[in-house]
Design a protein around this ligand. Structure first.
Ligand SMILES: [Mg+2]
Length: 189
């Protein structure tokens, strides 16, 4: 008997601001310190559901604030270390965080799919079995361009013709994933 060793992993990709953490106010606009990263409890629950369904989770976030010199790479890494600690403390799992720290129009910055393609290459992710969840039309653009078959917009105000599903609040996402995310492998919810 040979165990399957080369199977690509299905993934759920999550945008960060507005999905992982409360979107910054119009005044703040960017999360610039760890104490301003207000993690949404429903996101932590979603990570557990995703793992139980046999998927890995990856965050893909545009952080143009680094390009604009409002935030250093070290400070961004400190914010993400705080996020990882919170995820660990909740008993949840996150495979990776990809940050696009460039100006508009870079191939790694959403709406382009560069971060998804890097994640697929780095971690053997099956994009054709992966989902994207975000709160902005550019998240839908990026997931669609990466070849993700299901792109879920979570927003009470925005629309996207590329969204396969539209929820108005993160409060709806755990039940939506339980009901709709196909199970892979032999793990159970
Ligand atoms: Mg967002």
């Amino acid at each position: 008997m040979t165990a399957p060793t080369n199977h690509a992993l299905p993934c759920v990709f999550f945008d960060r601001d507005g999905i992982v953490n409360e979107a910054p106010s119009n005044e703040e606009y960017y999360v610039l310190t760890p104490d301003r990263l207000l993690i949404i409890p429903d996101f932590l629950e979603c990570l557990k559901i995703v793992a139980a369904c046999g998927y890995v989770s990856v965050i893909v976030t545009n952080q143009k604030c680094v390009h604009l010199e409002k935030l250093s790479m070290e400070a961004l890494e400190a914010i993400h270390a705080t996020l990882r600690n919170a995820i660990d403390s909740a008993g949840a799992e996150l495979l990776a965080i990809y940050s696009a720290v460039h100006g508009d129009g870079h191939p790694d910055s959403k709406p382009a799919p560069g971060m998804f393609l890097s994640a697929a290459r780095d971690h053997n992710i099956a994009l054709e079995q992966s989902w994207m969840i975000g709160d902005s039309p550019r998240d839908m653009d990026a997931g669609h361009a990466a070849g993700c078959p299901r792109n879920i917009l979570v927003s009470s105000t925005k629309q996207s013709p590329l969204a396969n599903d539209h929820l108005t609040s993160m409060k709806e996402l755990p039940d939506f994933l339980r009901a709709n995310l196909p199970k892979h492998g032999t793990t159970t919810v």
